[in-house]
Design a protein around this ligand. Structure first.
Ligand code: ZN
Length: 480
């Protein structure tokens, strides 16, 4: 699509050329976004402060009585607040406007009179899911976001592939003109000029890299993304000095950096350059104690995208997925057609690259397990929009895979898609957990996700900013 094809392009946009050259164009008006760029409060501190708040509330003795006029009260559910705190049975959550006015045990507050009361006995309430790793396609944004809303994914981070109308659509979403999750974005990310994925920013010199970061800063991106990977030894990696220039310039503008990594030695170099947020993880070897200590000391976080890593064989091994309505609805029809063909599925299983990917998967699942056990922050980032990762479905698949393959508990996993992920997006998040003052972004489940993490898909209702959403799987948009 060219710029002339759309009215949407009316803001300052960095466009990386499709032919991989390093010249790029900017144009348009301005942009606004809700993100903050300061560094996040460590998730564990948040958890402690919530625990203290709950304890203090419990000591108060008298039940606050709340005027229910204009409120929605969800009463009787088991509350899983997204911080990793233990669940609260028979909870009362009171929503006023777009905020949570109260959340806690029924023993602490009576159900207010005058408002709407939802009897949620036997149900489970979790925060709207936060997914830190998504790619949106030019022209498919509205469809993608509808799928995510349907799945209770209410906060997303677009990780470095905003092309065509996508930046303008993100503006529309932020302005409330298009139904969408809360969106943070890296704009267009960095790779080697001949690297992967194609069409990204590929500065040839440190000064060019700095200039591109300054341009992204002028666009008010929420973070900077870089890909540091050879893609199974098929592509050159962005050079260390270019990475360092990007990270340094980003730091000067107060913008965090998230790096896609594969090799352990790149993580060390990037940490030296000031990077703290990573997607994927170490996939070339097992890390040692020195690495673990460094990750703890530097406060690193990893959004491993395990579900995406598995995608190269998972569907072929589980063809029943092709009958899963939500999987099917969230994947592009052409990709789905390819998966339907048994020959293609057999080829997925037999390919040499799949064999290499299985080895890498073994390393990365061990890596995530080790990081989690060491208290290093693990977050949910599904890589939805990449490969066979269906929007919406992909986030739940990542939750499941973190439990099944990396040993996180369901409670930890819900924190990884809750307060831990939110803390990576902004230093004082008002989303990602269920507590007084937080955004009323809620997912009511009809089955217990702590008993089986796959129950996060048993969605009864989704509330976004205090409004119950009308859920439904959208049709794939046919383009003219
Ligand atoms: Zn990605």
């Amino acid at each position: 699509m060219t710029e002339g094809d759309t009215d949407w392009v009316r803001r300052r946009v960095i466009r990386a050329p499709d032919d991989g050259r390093t010249d790029w164009v900017t144009g348009g008006a301005d942009s606004r976004h809700p993100g903050s760029r300061r560094h996040p409060v460590p998730f564990r501190l948040l958890a402690i402060s919530f625990a203290l708040a709950v304890a203090l509330a419990g000591c108060a003795g008298d039940q606050p009585s709340i005027d229910g006029t204009g409120t929605i009260t969800i009463a009787g559910a088991t509350l899983i607040d997204g911080t990793g705190a233990p669940p609260v049975e028979d909870a009362v959550v009171i929503v006023r406007g777009d905020r949570i006015e109260h959340a806690g045990s029924r023993a602490d507050v009576s159900v207010p009179e005058g408002g709407e009361v939802i009897d949620a006995t036997g149900k489970f309430l979790i925060p709207g899911l936060v997914d830190l790793h998504n790619h949106y396609r030019d022209g498919l944004e509205v469809w993608s976001w509808a799928l995510q809303l349907h799945a209770g994914v209410l906060t997303v981070r677009s990780l470095g592939s905003d092309h065509g109308q996508t930046p303008a659509m993100i503006d529309e979403a932020r302005a409330g003109n298009v139904p969408a999750p809360r969106i943070f974005t890296a704009g267009v990310g960095f790779s080697h000029p001949e690297g992967f994925p194609p069409g990204k920013l590929g500065p040839a010199t440190e000064e060019a890299a700095r200039e591109m970061v300054r341009e992204l800063a002028a666009q008010e991106v929420d973070l900077i993304k870089m890909w540091v990977d050879t893609f199974l030894d098929t592509r050159p990696k962005i050079e260390p000095e270019i990475r360092a220039a990007i990270a340094d310039e980003a730091a000067q503008h107060g913008i965090p950096v998230a790096a896609h990594v594969f090799f352990e030695n790149d993580v060390w170099q990037l940490v030296d350059a000031g990077v703290r947020f990573f997607v994927h993880g170490v996939r070339d070897q097992e890390v040692d104690d020195e690495f673990v200590a460094m990750a703890q000391e530097k406060g690193l976080s990893f959004a491993p995208a395990l579900g995406q890593a598995k995608t190269f064989w998972w569907v072929a091994e589980h063809p029943e997925l092709l009958d899963d309505e939500e999987f099917r609805a969230g994947i592009q029809p052409a990709a789905f057609e390819r998966l339907l063909d048994p020959e293609n599925r057999a080829a997925m299983l037999e390919s040499e690259s799949t064999a290499k990917r299985r080895v890498a998967y073994d390393y990365v699942t061990k890596f995530v397990r080790r990081m989690n056990e060491a208290g290093v922050v693990i977050t949910v980032g599904s890589d939805s929009g990449a490969g066979n990762i269906a929007y919406g479905w992909g986030t739940h698949h990542e939750l499941e895979t973190l439990v099944e393959d990396a040993g996180l508990t369901p409670l930890e996993t819900l924190a990884a898609a809750g307060a831990a992920a939110a803390a990576e997006l902004t230093d004082d998040p008002d989303f990602g957990s269920i507590a007084e003052g937080m955004a009323a972004d809620l997912v009511l489940l009809s089955a217990d996700p702590l008993a089986d993490i796959r129950n996060t898909r048993q969605i009864d209702r989704v509330m976004q900013a205090g409004v119950w959403l009308e859920r439904g799987l959208p049709e794939f948009p046919l383009r003219e």
